[in-house]
Design a protein. Sequence first.
Length: 141
Amino acid sequence: MAQLIIDEPLASRIAEIAARDNVTPQEILATLFDHHFPEPRPATSLTDEDIDVPADVTDKVAYREAMRALAPKLYRIARRYWAKVGDGERLALGDEALDKQFWLIDQEGVPRLKSDAAQFQVAQDPLEALVGTLEANGRPD
């Protein structure tokens, strides 16, 4: 067990809330952590149709499972961004809504929804451009 030192104003506030709600201060902190920093859960509501699998991917099942595992982490990054810029509408989207609407985080670090696709062009990956150039010149490896 570890000790945590909390300044008096905050400690008093936690104690007041704990007394009012008839719970321990530890339960108050656990609830705050669960609310603000939830454990990632696989994006189980992501259907196969929600996940755009690139044409060059051979193992589509593994790709979809990887996307389901990655999605909650991307949502956390997106929510931090939306909180920082004050986009309350997007910040209010739940995980299931994001499972259907989330698209990507662009090269500038801006989270994009599928509805943004018409107004936004993803920059080509420089490595993909290099591979394309090498392949075009007869040097695929």
